[in-house]
Design a protein. Structure first.
Length: 734
């Protein structure tokens, strides 16, 4: 038991409780206070992040729907559009990894089909502690199994993602799930309430006690007491969600609803308040009408439950019976539980008796907004000023390359994606591990869509502004390496406690960097999620603003993979040799250091490279393309060789730069392409026209990886390199 006031137990501050007293003009009852607590949580209210999020560019000719709805929508031509969003399920996954990850997938899928789109792809972005830790392996295995178990059962392919392992995520893993859907523009559905007097229906699964106060649980730091909050983790049923998808899409095809909203964080309270708030409406709900799977549930439990596979819909006049028929055919409940009102109040009844009344706008627009102080952390300058040049050069760069290929951050993620069905729907044309981004055909057209998730939290930690730019740029480069044009992005901003000035400084600077890159590259932010309080016992994770990006390839026949394809092809480094080594995997794995100045990001050069890669692909001038990122040039070449099953010999003589730094620098704005000798002159001329340096490194062929930089060589048998890269995570998990 605790002596804390009930509002503090619910996650409200004393000042916020005083605001509620002023709004209500009286003391709220337990239900009303709970409704305020979940809606004013960071997870629902964005009270610490809203002012900063306004920095993002959110419009463009391709944008049909930006932030403010369940998901963003972008045009891909032919009256078709993509609907997409990424969200976190970090804290639930730390407590119950399988269900935490599974229900994270379920929630993001509902955000997509509630917009009227059929979900066609899933991606993920995961962070864990070191794999040497038995608990970390347990969490990792549970999360991967949960993602696969739910997505596979839904029949939605999981086509891409990323995984990093760092000490800072040991107690607080990050589990971000992205879903992409496809629809005709005419079928877009929004989460709005209908006319005054319109009924409200809850459809799908019955309501239980799981997930109560999940929104507030996600808005506090993890601690030793967090295990006691296991009831806050929802339990998912993917087979029921599959039925719900089909039933809801049928409603939209028949134009039976004004609006539809997922019952996610804060359950009925959030979904009803958000729908009503957009049109200045009120709502009236009778909890005794809500179908339940548990006896004796109180109004508080019904209104705050986050039970999965449920939707709130506002039917068009006279369509209730048709809706019941559709849901009955799919074996699901569809029940009228209330109505839209015109008085602006959220009124909760039980068997006709009012048990709670709150102004709708008090729960939404009147949520407090905080302008937190931001202070540069004391470690920042010290880490920036570290001089890597004082480190002794390695005696054997081949051994460095072995160690990098064995790093779980770089090694093949086959252990992960082999547990996912990535070919269901038979749209996937570039499989996981074969390209820098996933590529899916758009049936009935020559088009394909490219999808990627990216972020290097270590770089953001060392320099939030440059690191934020790098996350956006790498996602766009990965899209362009397939030949596609980057369109727009969604983001999941994972940070520590924003009430700490240095954490809020990280957040603001990262958003500033991301906004600058998104604006310059023409990839607006159309949806997203903020996940604060990712801390364990006061220690925060790296700032990890994950970018999920979508792109469009007009002709699927021009697609490009990352693996070398033809012996005798020339290998070209576009973007030039660079030796900035700060924040690299090389420093972390070889020297045990997380330090140094993060490489400079030149947004004009990034844009030129992205445009060049599209031109080279569209003219069928290149055989492969792979961006230079984690592990640097040496790893980029090695991965292209391993994936393609062809060795290479390459040589580079950078003037005035340390050879090992050139080999392993993760400086952005670069890519490695392989080119037929017949096309080499045209490729070099196009690079020059785009004002990009292009260096011929060598050629594809043989059974060795042979790389020489400034007289320093790294040479491995292709078979050995492939065994290390493909086996590292599998060995660690076995």
């Amino acid at each position: 038991m605790t002596d804390r006031p009930v509002w503090q137990e619910m996650g409200l501050t004393d000042a916020e409780y005083q605001m509620i007293l002023e709004i209500m003009g009286r003391t709220p009852n337990h239900l009303e206070l709970g409704m305020f607590a979940v809606m004013w949580s960071e997870h629902c209210g964005y009270k610490n992040s809203r002012p900063v999020l306004k920095l993002f560019p959110t419009t463009g000719p391709q944008v049909i729907q930006g932030p403010g709805e369940n998901a963003g929508v972008v045009d891909i031509g032919d009256n078709q559009a993509l609907v997409f969003k990424i969200e976190s399920h970090n804290h639930p996954s730390a407590i119950e990894p399988y269900q935490g990850a599974a229900t994270g997938v379920g929630g993001i899928v509902r955000d997509i089909f509630t917009m009227g789109a059929r979900p066609i792809a899933l991606l993920d972005s995961l962070r864990f502690g070191p794999l040497e830790d038995e608990r970390v392996r347990h969490l990792f295995a549970g999360v991967v199994s949960g993602i696969g178990g739910y997505g596979n059962c839904l029949g939605i392919p999981t086509v891409g993602g990323e995984v990093y392992f760092e000490e800072c995520y040991r107690g607080n893993p990050l589990v971000n799930a992205m879903c992409v859907g496809l629809l005709d523009r005419d079928d877009i559905a929004l989460a709005v309430a209908g006319e005054v007097g319109s009924p409200l229906m809850v459809v799908g699964a019955r309501t239980g006690r799981d997930g109560i106060h999940g929104a507030t649980f996600a808005s506090e730091e993890l601690s030793d007491e967090s295990q006691e909050k296991r009831p806050s983790v929802q339990v998912g049923d993917p087979f029921m969600e599959k039925l719900l998808i089909e039933a809801c899409l049928e409603l939209i095809r028949e134009d039976l609803v004004f609006g539809m909203q997922d019952l996610g964080a804060a359950g009925l309270t959030s979904s009803a308040a958000e729908m009503a708030s957009k049109d200045g409406r009120g709502v009236e709900i009778d909890v005794s009408l809500v179908p339940r799977r548990e006896k004796g549930m109180t109004p508080y439990e019904v209104m705050l439950s986050e039970s999965q596979e449920r939707m709130l819909i506002c039917p068009r006049p006279g369509s209730e019976q048709r809706i019941r028929e559709i849901f009955d055919r799919w074996g699901l409940d569809a029940t009228v539980i209330g109505q839209v009102t015109g008085d602006g109040w959220f009124r909760v009844k039980e068997a006709g008796v009012v048990v709670g009344e709150v102004p709708v706008q008090a729960l939404t627009t009147q949520c407090p907004v905080y302008h937190r102080p931001a202070e540069e952390p004391p470690y920042y300058r010290q880490l920036q000023q570290f001089e890597p040049g004082t480190l002794p050069p390695p005696g054997d760069c081949a051994e460095v390359l072995r160690r990098l290929l064995a790093s779980p951050n770089i090694a093949s993620k086959e252990w992960v994606y082999s547990q996912y069905d990535h070919q269901v729907m038979i749209n996937t044309v570039v499989l996981p591990g074969a390209g820098d981004a996933a590529l899916l055909r758009v049936k009935g057209t020559p088009k394909a869509i490219a999808l990627s998730t990216d972020c290097n939290g270590r770089m953001v930690y060392l320099d939030p502004f440059r690191g934020g730019m790098m996350a956006v740029c790498e996602a766009a480069r990965n899209i362009a390496c397939t030949g596609a044009r980057p369109l727009a992005l969604t983001n999941c901003l994972n940070f520590g406690n924003p009430e700490k000035p240095h954490i809020f400084w990280q957040f603001r600077r990262a958003v500033e960097g991301m906004a600058a890159a998104a604006a310059r590259l023409g990839t607006p932010v159309v949806s997203g999620n903020v996940s604060f309080y990712n801390e364990t016992k006061g220690e925060a994770v790296y700032p990890t603003p994950v970018v999920g990006m979508v792109g469009l390839l007009e002709d699927i026949g021009t697609r490009v993979g990352m693996g070398f394809r033809q012996a005798g092809d020339a290998i070209v480094l576009v973007g030039g040799a660079r030796g900035e080594i700060g924040g690299s995997e090389y420093l972390a794995r070889w020297y045990g250091l997380v330090a140094g100045e993060v490489p400079e990001v030149d947004l004009d050069r990034e844009k030129a490279l992205i445009q060049l890669l599209q031109v080279l692909a569209s003219r069928r001038l290149i055989s492969s393309a792979h961006d230079v990122a984690d592990g640097g040039l040496a790893v980029a070449l090695a991965e292209a060789a391993i994936v393609g099953g062809l060795g290479f010999s390459a040589r580079l003589d950078p003037a005035g730069q340390r050879p090992d730094f050139v080999l392993f620098s993760e400086a952005p704005g670069r890519a490695v392409v392989s080119v037929s000798p017949l096309c080499l002159g045209e490729v070099l001329a196009l690079a020059e026209a785009h004002e990009l340096e292009a260096v011929v490194l060598g050629q594809v062929g043989g059974d060795r990886l042979q790389l020489e930089v400034g007289g320093v060589s790294a040479s491995l048998q292709l078979e050995e390199a492939a065994a290390i890269w493909k086996g590292a995570i599998r060995w660690a998990m076995s």
